[in-house]
Design a protein around this ligand. Structure first.
Ligand code: SF4
Length: 326
């Protein structure tokens, strides 16, 4: 609820302090149990920062991350004390983008997967061994190779190790930060199918951060679109892909490659560059690049509002525009 994160610089420009980078601005969204909610947007839009604020990997400046632990207990994940944080941290895990740098090259695969268990549970050696072997099998790793080091594995296998590490504590929520972006397309498909299978088997909720809309369409129940640190559209996957209501979403969708050339939608080339996050435009942040821009857009910030069943959009003309989906 209302999450904000700014990054400050100690440097000065012409002896004046540099304004903060507004990475996440008043973002509110809800993730339902067992669903996959994707967060999309171009590089630098704040989606990774948002994901890291959710798992408390970086500290949000303000706002809340409300987590419904069970029927009776709801906590603000950003405000819990150290003890509760430790208790809850095992429920919210993260899978990172780069399967090469996110694994410690000096640790064996067994030790990498074991680490969250050691940090969060008091288990015997035998119990740990069983859990590590079980999760390794579940993600398709050969249990005979667990004493090897990460460099002996391919990119896809390493990402499976990262997934096993994230899932070994049986979390409720997993934030996947560009979890398949660094992989070849065929390996991407394997990992996505694996994530979906594990979701069905273990009932996990995914927050899937990505920029590849073909992948997002395949894996998501709902999609949230970010632009310059703001949430500009949230909808069910079909609604968003077939009936987008924000001009930026329409432009993003026009760039998705189509398998059938006869269905090719005309690519919308956005004018200009993304504005600097330290010098944001007035009114609607998208107005300098929007082909539907009117005077009001330059003056008034559009609020994220409900315009259909579970469909929210931040555009003054969302009801009037006839935008094209895929
Ligand atoms: Fe474009 Fe105006 Fe809508 Fe912003 S509010 S997306 S500028 S039409």
């Amino acid at each position: 609820r209302n999450l904000n994160k700014n990054f400050y610089s100690k440097k000065k420009l012409f002896s004046k302090p540099i304004p903060p980078v507004k990475a996440v601005m008043d973002v509110s969204l809800e993730v339902k149990k067992g669903e996959t909610l994707s967060i999309v947007g171009e590089s630098g839009c704040g989606k990774t920062t948002l994901g890291r604020c959710i798992v408390r990997g970086i500290k949000a400046d303000s706002g809340q991350v409300l987590y419904q632990v069970n029927e009776h207990e709801q906590v603000d994940f950003l405000k819990v004390n150290k003890q509760d944080y430790k208790r809850l941290r095992k429920d919210i895990q993260m899978i990172f983008q780069d399967p090469y740098s996110s694994l410690d090259p000096r640790m064996t695969v067994f030790d990498i997967i074991r680490e969250p268990l050691k940090a969060n549970f008091k288990l015997s050696k035998k119990e740990i061994e069983e859990k590590v072997r079980h999760i390794a099998q579940l993600v398709g790793l050969n249990v005979n190779y667990l004493r090897r080091y990460p460099h002996a594995f391919s990119g896809g296998q390493r990402q499976r190790i990262g997934i096993a590490r994230a899932l070994v504590t049986r979390p409720d929520i997993v934030v996947c930060d560009e979890a398949v972006s660094a992989l070849d397309v065929s390996i991407q498909a394997q990992i996505i199918n694996l994530l979906k299978d594990l979701q069905q088997e273990l009932g996990i909720t995914y927050i899937f951060i990505a920029h590849d809309l073909s992948v997002v369409e395949h894996i998501s129940d709902r999609v949230a679109v970010m632009y310059l640190g703001n949430m500009i559209e949230i909808a069910n996957t079909d609604d968003l892909f077939f009936s987008p209501k924000h001009p930026y979403t329409e432009a993003l969708l026009s760039a998705v490659p189509k398998a059938d050339p006869s269905q090719k939608m005309k690519r919308i080339i956005l004018e200009g560059e993304v504005p600097s996050p330290i010098n944001l435009p007035s009114g609607c942040l998208f107005h300098p690049r929007c082909r539907y821009c009117q005077d009001v857009c330059r003056q008034e910030i559009p609020k994220l509002r409900e315009i259909g069943k579970e469909h929210q959009v931040a555009c003054h003309f969302a009801d009037a525009l006839d935008l094209k989906g895929v």
